[in-house]
Design a protein around this ligand. Structure first.
Ligand code: CA
Length: 236
């Protein structure tokens, strides 16, 4: 079994919370960060979570292909909603999911929300950001530090519900005793550095809602965005 903490907050400056966090059952979790005008981002992230929930309900075991297929179904469902409601044109959402199957984690990902693994007191980002600044860091044009304040840091290069063709990243790894997984949106990671996220999780006392604490920290240090986090602590 695992201890699971989920938190999401509209943040101090937004009129809507377009993020969604969900425990889909069967040790499967999702975060999504919707975008688009006229409340469309909220619609996109909610269609995504509902579609993935339905897709997975029909499955008995979840491998990378199954998670990828669930995201592709959500892609079709969002595009279909836009065809029926042109006012939602331009909406889309990030999607980052993981599932624990025995001693293995499988994950699937699109966009700039993140999956992290905290193991041996080290926080590692497992998912790769599909964002303009991530590409610029990768090709050496800017540093990681410059990326944090780059004027185009919000531009993502892949989202669910925007085009009929969608590349979904997937992966799998074995779990170890004491592993902690974090799923979060950029409302957290754009203002709270990885080192601080890591030390906050490690310092969190038994039973504290550490997801809520991370979200509160993002607000304290001035996040203008919606902020979401899911922390899953596997039993030692
Ligand atoms: Ca966001």
């Amino acid at each position: 079994m695992a201890k699971v903490y989920l938190a999401t907050d509209i943040g101090p400056r937004r009129e809507l919370n377009e993020d969604i966090v969900a425990d889909l059952g069967h040790e499967t979790y999702v975060v999504a960060d919707g975008m688009g005008g006229y409340a469309a981002g909220e619609v996109a992230s909610r269609i995504l979570a509902a579609t993935i929930r339905d897709a997975l309900a029909a499955e008995s075991s979840f491998d990378e292909a199954v998670l990828k297929q669930a995201i592709l179904r959500a892609n079709d469902a969002i595009l279909q909603t836009v065809r029926e409601n042109p006012r939602y044109s331009g909406m889309g959402t990030t999607a980052t999911i993981f599932h624990r199957e025995g001693g293995e984690i499988v994950w699937a990902h699109v966009g700039d929300s993140r999956l992290y693994l905290l193991r041996n007191q080290t926080l590692s980002q497992i998912s790769r950001d599909h964002s303009l600044v991530s590409d610029l860091v990768a090709n050496g044009s800017i540093t990681q530090e410059e990326a944090r304040s780059h004027p185009k840091r919000n531009v993502i290069t892949r989202a669910v519900g925007v085009e009929t063709e969608l590349d979904v990243d997937t992966g799998a790894f074995s779990t170890a005793d004491g592993d902690i997984l974090l799923l979060c949106t950029d409302g957290l990671t754009s203002v709270v550095p990885d080192e601080e996220i890591c030390s906050m999780i490690l310092a969190s006392p038994e039973g504290e809602d550490v997801a809520k604490r991370l979200v509160r920290r993002a607000i304290e240090v001035g996040s203008h965005d919606n902020i979401s986090a899911i922390v899953v602590k596997f039993d030692e």
